[in-house]
Design a protein around this ligand. Structure first.
Ligand code: HEC
Length: 228
């Protein structure tokens, strides 16, 4: 009995020493990997040669006509023809400067007003961008009843409420850029001029839902007075 104990005990000591006693030793041999995870994988390091491609370069050239995100001029990427002049803002795209155009603020204050003259084509573009990005949640008229609200997204703001009618354009710009509470930001996907065009369109949406007599041009008021 005791013999078995001694044999077992020696084996145990041998095991412990062979595991712990060799710590700190260096070896050139690869370690035993029980779980190699993804330590070794077939890949090319940057700027290396490759036998596989005819030009012997491991890196591929971008497909012809590729436009890096943020480098397409707003005026050329529209489906609504010429946009009109954005003046000095023509090429800002995703620029994150500290001025009103890129932040919606003057110092610590929200500013209001679209920083360029809004043309009909810009309105069209605003509508297009709004319908692509915002309408899924806020709905086509901004009432907060977009398709996402039918699939469990709660608390979507109604753009028609007085609080948002009264809100400074700059604050809405900031919400588009950075998001607000449960709404994520769209600053990385919507270019700066497009954000302003969306706001211009949003203002039109708000007016469309609460038009007053005085909103009609005088000519229209005269025409309409017959059925008033
Ligand atoms: C995925 C859904 C979703 C999308 C897309 C979305 N929003 Fe929102 N938005 C929300 C939700 C939810 C809220 C309410 C957030 C909160 O709790 O205050 C909100 C709030 C707002 C508000 C009110 C913010 C405030 O200060 O109370 C504005 C303005 C707004 N969104 C504009 C936009 C515009 C413009 C777009 C398109 C560029 C857009 N949203 C896209 C979900 C969305």
């Amino acid at each position: 009995m005791l013999r078995y104990f001694f044999v077992g005990f020696s084996l145990l000591i041998l095991l412990v020493v062979s595991i712990t006693g060799l710590r700190g030793w260096k070896s050139k041999r690869p370690p035993i990997e029980l779980f190699p995870d993804m330590v070794r994988q077939a890949k090319y390091k940057p700027q290396t040669e490759s036998e596989f491609y005819a030009d012997n370069r491991s890196a591929r050239q971008p497909v012809e006509g590729t436009v890096p995100l943020g480098y397409a001029s707003v005026s050329t990427s529209s489906s609504n023809g010429t946009m009109g002049d954005l003046g000095p803002y023509q090429n800002i795209q995703f620029t994150a400067s500290s001025d009103y155009v890129a932040t919606g603020r003057f110092g610590n204050q929200w500013g209001t007003g679209i920083p360029f003259e809004v043309t009909a084509a810009m309105m069209q573009r605003g509508r297009e961008r709004y319908n692509i990005t915002c309408a899924v949640c806020h709905g086509a008229t901004g009432a907060g009843n977009g398709i996402a609200s039918k699939y469990g997204l709660n608390g979507i703001a109604n753009q028609q409420q007085q609080r948002i009618r009264d809100m400074a354009d700059g604050e809405i710009f900031n919400t588009i850029t950075w998001g607000k509470n449960t709404m994520m930001g769209y600053g990385s996907t919507i270019q700066v001029p497009d954000r302003w065009m969306i706001i211009a369109y949003l203002r039109a949406l708000q007016r469309s839902q609460r038009t007053t007599w005085s909103d009609l041009p005088t000519e229209e008021q005269k025409n309409a007075s017959s059925w008033k």
